[in-house]
Design a protein around this ligand. Structure first.
Ligand code: CP
Length: 322
């Protein structure tokens, strides 16, 4: 059995331009890669002979490795450069860096950058697919897609499902991308945390802002925890880490407020004992490592789709057979 996927986007910079149908297409292809892996097939030839460059100008463990693994499973050559190790540290502009990477033979660039807007700028600068692996506080679209893929695995359709995002929303690209993705899939989103990090202004994105933690946890089918993004904060937004944990950390007492089947999520890196109690991070309610695992399949799907669109190719999904 095979079906065709409709997809015309060369690059992925943010969730906003995607329709719910396109998001579901990514999930279908990711699911077919996941099913194939479960049947023992890890290697595909979708990017055979192609070169994927990971340009990571901020630290990363999960995203960078997941993209490297995804590229290799699609048979691409993959190379990673970091900010310190590149000539950006000698004053070269991002534009010149990117044009040189293309001249060296790159077919796709995956970039993480500290500045909001950097990925869009890059996509307007070079004529190859660009995938945003996180830009400042703006967007982390592949994280949101893998989060929502993991949620649909657990909850089925996200229509009317209640998802609470708790923590440093103000500085979080993960929160912004997840708000867009969850809403496109029909979920009801509540943001919770200190009012300095979760201002009411977020309500203009069609979400509820709550400073009543008990209420925000009691209603949730899933809770997404976020760490404090110290690297983006220029001043403190609460008195101390200890006081944040006391007021907003998910501990065992507060976990009793959750529904019995509520799912606990976190994009990582987790700060055990700060935003989440260590036992809860490892509990049966936690899908944190499922999120990481699914990141490979979702990124395989995106690399495949964006490169195929760049080459005007159609993609068919074939269900794996035993
Ligand atoms: N979730 C996430 O982006 O993790 P890394 O910073 O390790 O890539």
């Amino acid at each position: 059995m095979s079906s065709h996927i409709k997809w015309d986007k060369n690059s992925l910079i943010s969730i906003e331009p995607l329709s719910d149908t396109e998001i579901k297409s990514i999930f279908s292809l990711a699911q077919s890669y996941k099913s194939a892996a479960e049947h023992g097939r890890l290697k595909f030839d979708a990017l055979e002979g192609r070169t994927v460059i990971n340009l990571f100008l901020e630290p990363s463990t999960r995203t960078r490795l997941a993209f490297e693994i995804a590229s290799k499973r699609l048979s691409a050559e993959t190379l990673t450069i970091s900010g310190d190790a590149s000539s950006l540290s000698k004053g070269e502009s991002l534009k010149d860096t990117a044009r040189n990477i293309v001249a060296l033979g790159a077919d796709i660039i995956i970039m993480r950058h500290a500045s909001s807007g950097a990925a869009e700028y890059l996509s307007n600068t070079v004529d190859i697919p660009i995938i945003n692996a996180g830009d400042g506080s703006h967007a982390h679209p592949t994280q949101a897609l893998l989060d929502c893929f993991t949620l649909t695995e657990r909850l089925g359709s996200l229509k009317k499902k209640k998802v609470t995002i708790l923590g440093d929303i103000l500085f979080s690209r993960v929160a912004r991308s997840n708000i867009h993705c969850l809403k496109k899939l029909g979920a009801d989103v509540t943001l919770a945390g200190p009012n300095t990090l979760v201002p009411k202004a977020f309500e203009s994105m069609g979400v509820r802002v709550s400073h009543n933690l008990k209420e925000a946890l009691e209603e949730a089918d899933a809770i997404m925890l976020l760490r404090i993004q110290h690297e983006r904060q220029t001043s403190t937004h609460f008195p101390s880490i200890g006081e944040y944990t006391t007021s907003f950390g998910l501990n065992e007492r507060r976990a009793h407020w959750l529904k019995p089947n509520a799912i606990i999520m976190h994009p990582g890196p987790i700060n055990r004992g700060v935003e989440i109690d260590s036992k809860l991070a490892d509990s049966e309610h936690s899908v944190i490592l499922d999120q990481v695992k699914n990141g490979v399949f979702v990124r395989m799907a995106l690399l495949h789709l964006c490169y195929a669109a760049h080459k005007n190719q159609t993609i068919s999904i074939t269900e794996p057979t035993n």
